[in-house]
Design a protein around this ligand. Structure first.
Ligand code: AMP
Length: 298
């Protein structure tokens, strides 16, 4: 038997819904809604580990730039609730911006620091400050013991881990591998923007990552070259970056490097900006990795 989760819209409703949950055993999955199988997998993984799962659905205006897709971002609350029901979620916290930011835009925010200025941060100034600020608030509001994030957004995952360590949050960050469509496309709420021909074009991202990872044993330049050669063949993908970087500094790895690295790509396909990545083990037998062997630490 499945029961519909308690839906909390206000801080008071959240506090009331959170109160009966077992202390120390609450996992939180933070989302912007338009849930898909990637989110469902996060919830399922959280359920395996924690007694209670709380999902937040909040389209955070603070992490969108003025020319970004906040106003057209898909909103599918009824379908989202169905997925949460199916996955056995206890509580859904779905506030409006005035509940999360009762005094308007916060004057004090979390700063992502230098790691927030590169890659996605370079393309989206202020994005990671806005993201970390809401993650910090949602950790406080939900009092999550474990928080679950996807490898799909690798820089976000890294920054959330850094924030919880650097600022001594009493919560553990757990990652799950990127969930993909059968043809390799990383699942994303933004995939709904893609016209059928764009969707075909978008496959070049995962193809480039696999091509790079297949050369992992040979070293950084072979990985980069193989990935780049795939991307070059698709002129309809306007590549923003293709990088092979250290997983915690996000700096390009040098040619002599062996060990874990992140192969990441961002490109505009039609009017939609997509990102994808894979952890790779450079040298040492090589190959793609689902997530970095890291965490959880408390
Ligand atoms: P979003 O709603 O896009 O902000 O994503 C909410 C959470 O789901 C984040 O931790 C994402 O990294 C994660 N997520 C989104 N898409 C995927 C995916 N395809 N595979 C794994 N995790 C994902």
């Amino acid at each position: 038997m499945t029961t519909t989760p308690v839906v909390a819209r206000s801080r008071e409703e959240l506090a009331a819904a959170r109160a009966p949950l077992t202390e120390g055993d609450v996992a939180v999955v933070m989302t912007m809604g338009a849930l898909h199988e990637g989110h469902a997998r996060l919830i399922r993984t959280a359920r395996e580990r924690a007694r209670h799962v709380l999902v937040t659905i909040f389209l955070n205006p603070l992490q969108f730039g003025p020319r970004e897709d906040l106003s057209r971002y898909p909103q599918t609350f009824d379908d989202d609730l169905e997925i949460c029901t199916r996955e056995g979620v206890d509580v859904v916290f779905a506030p409006t911006p005035d509940v999360v930011y009762p005094d308007g835009e916060p004057g004090v925010r979390i700063s992502a620091g230098p790691l927030g200025d590169v890659l996605e941060g370079q393309a989206r100034p202020g994005h990671f400050d806005g993201m970390l600020t809401v993650v910090a608030k949602l950790i406080h509001l939900t009092r999550g013991d474990l928080i679950y994030f996807g490898q799909k957004d690798a820089q976000q995952l890294l920054l959330v881990r850094r924030m919880t360590r650097d600022l001594d949050f009493d919560t553990s960050v757990v990652a799950i591998p990127t969930v993909r469509e059968e043809d390799g496309l990383a699942m994303s709420s933004r995939n709904t923007y893609l016209a059928p021909s764009d969707r075909e074009t978008a496959l070049v991202l995962s193809r480039a990552l696999w091509a790079g990872a297949a050369h992992a044993e040979e070293g950084p330049s072979a990985i980069r070259r193989a990935a780049r050669e795939v991307l070059i063949e698709e002129p309809l993908a306007l590549v923003d970056y293709l990088v092979l970087v250290h997983p915690t500094t996000l700096e390009d790895v040098p040619e002599w490097y062996t060990g874990e690295a992140l192969l990441a790509v961002a490109a505009k396909i039609g009017s939609t900006r997509l990102i994808d990545n894979t952890p790779v083990l450079v040298g040492h037998g090589g190959g793609a990795r689902p997530v970095f062997a890291d965490e959880p630490t408390r």
